[in-house]
Design a protein around this ligand. Structure first.
Ligand SMILES: [Zn+2]
Length: 484
């Protein structure tokens, strides 16, 4: 039997604020354990939280970008549970009255049509610390250590809607998560690096026979932190649930973990399952009342979103949609393109050179675009030279390789390496004569009316001139000499 999937994410995103959510400790990575901690984020008695305004601004910015209703009133709540990485014995989160509700994120569905994926709510909460177990390290001693540097770092939780426009396939799930990550990066609130734990998700899945209405029980796979494992977990769950239904069984509503070694899902221990968090409003924090001006300022300063940038690049530079999508996948790349484009007379060629040549160099060097040593103005200048036929594409690539290595501009590389194109037709004619002398058979073929081998002669001239000849001029000279 064929099944439809109903998939829904709870995504945790670490916000890129300078400081933690309720204290002045820095948000930092790769620092010694427990060096960014204070009485507040380690839960000392009497220490009081003070809300980080920037984190609220980022939460609202996400809400605006994801078409949510922004609640004027919102409130923090205590989520109570015991775990050694949680020094207060509760996590400050939101329960009733989150900052944002009822949004959507439009993706291209599997059928190729736009599909607005439902977002139920977006709220702010604090992260927990990190446990390091001795079994993770080389020695065999049996102990666990805890690092509170991450404790109370602001997290945004974006909760999908299981009933309003959920995701309908594993492919749509992937598209959604990629798009969500792209938007969050565009609006500058998180780097969303999964390998650093800045984007993690819990994913819910249930299935029903194709076309059926109503919902079966769903399972939740916790704490996925890579696209690959998420896809594997969903595929495994989909198959497992289908087998249960086909054998006449019922799906148990439960929380699962994905075993990354065995590539299967398995239930969490029952103690970890379905906990009662006894939420109640945090008495140490006042209710938040957002002023209209605060929200409107965020709304009007919202950075350009990916779909808006795609459209602008298509309209302003006449770039085909497929290329515009590639150029805008990453905000930094599209920033680089637009910075180049303001100096470039041939935006189409520019786009082509970025996608084909620059991406190759970045990939070989494992560089992000931010590490690219070529100034946009210089890149644009090189494309201008190629576009005007002053430099052949082959020589252009060589110059680009050098620019990437040295960070120098094209003019100085051309000068240093003697790559200046041969403009002088008399000089080119010398090469053409030599090539024609060396290939009498080819020349007579052309004289007999077969024009195809002209390309061969041009290639030979290019070789002799070390690529410095302009192929267009060479063709003209050959034709002239053969009276064509
Ligand atoms: Zn602190």
């Amino acid at each position: 039997m064929e099944y439809d999937a109903i998939i829904c994410f709870e995504t945790h995103v670490e916000l890129k604020t300078e400081t933690k959510l309720f204290c002045g400790c820095r948000v930092a990575y790769d620092i010694p354990p427990n060096t960014e901690v204070c009485p507040v984020c380690t839960g000392q008695p009497g220490a009081l939280p003070v809300l980080n305004k920037k984190a609220v601004e980022y939460a609202i910015r996400a809400g605006v970008a994801l078409d949510c209703t922004i609640n004027q009133r919102s409130r923090f709540a205590r989520k109570n549970y015991f775990y050694p990485d949680l020094p207060k014995g509760y996590q400050i989160s939101q329960y009733e009255l989150p900052f944002c509700e009822n949004g959507c994120l439009e993706i291209t569905g599997d059928n190729g049509n736009p599909y607005p994926v439902g977002i139920k709510r977006i709220h702010l909460e604090e992260d927990a610390g990190k446990l390091v177990h001795s079994s993770d390290s080389f020695d065999d001693a049996d102990y666990s250590l805890v690092d509170y540097n991450r404790s109370s770092v602001p997290l945004l939780e974006i909760v999908g809607d299981h009933e309003q426009n959920p995701l309908r396939s594993i492919q749509e799930a992937r598209t959604y998560l990629e798009k969500l990550r792209q938007i969050l990066r565009y609006i500058g609130i998180s780097d969303c690096k999964m390998e650093k734990g800045q984007l993690r998700c819990d994913v819910n899945l249930s299935i029903r026979p194709r076309g059926a209405k109503g919902f079966n029980n769903r399972t939740e796979v916790k704490n996925m932190s890579s696209f690959r494992f998420m896809m594997e977990a969903l595929e495994y769950e989909m198959k497992r649930q289908a087998e249960i239904l086909e054998s006449g069984g019922a799906i148990e509503q439960e929380t699962l973990l994905f075993d990354e070694v065995k590539h299967i899902t398995r239930p969490m221990r029952s103690k970890e399952n379905a906990p009662d968090y006894r939420y109640f409003p945090d008495p140490d924090l006042l209710e938040v009342n957002l002023e209209d001006k605060f929200v409107n300022d965020i709304r009007s300063a919202l950075p350009e979103l990916p779909h808006q940038r795609v459209k602008r690049i298509m309209d302003e530079y006449a770039i085909p949609r497929d290329d515009a999508l590639i150029l805008t996948k990453d905000r930094d790349i599209s920033d680089y393109f637009t910075a180049c484009a303001s100096h470039c007379r041939d935006p189409k060629k520019l786009s082509h050179w970025i996608i084909k040549e620059l991406f190759r160099l970045l990939k070989d060097a494992s560089f992000a675009i931010g590490e690219c040593p070529i100034a946009p103005k210089d890149f644009a200048e090189l494309v201008n030279l190629v576009s005007q036929g002053n430099v052949t594409p082959g020589i252009g690539r060589k110059i680009l390789d050098d620019m990437f290595k040295t960070g120098e501009n094209p003019e100085s590389i051309i000068h240093k390496k003697g790559l200046k194109p041969i403009q002088d037709d008399d000089q080119l004619a010398v090469f053409v004569d030599a090539v024609m002398d060396e290939n009498p058979k080819v020349v007579s073929q052309i004289r007999e009316g077969n024009l195809k081998p002209i390309d061969f002669l041009v290639g030979q001239v290019m070789r002799k001139s070390k690529g410095k000849a302009n192929p267009k001029s060479v063709i003209e000279i050959i034709r002239g000499k053969l009276g064509l």
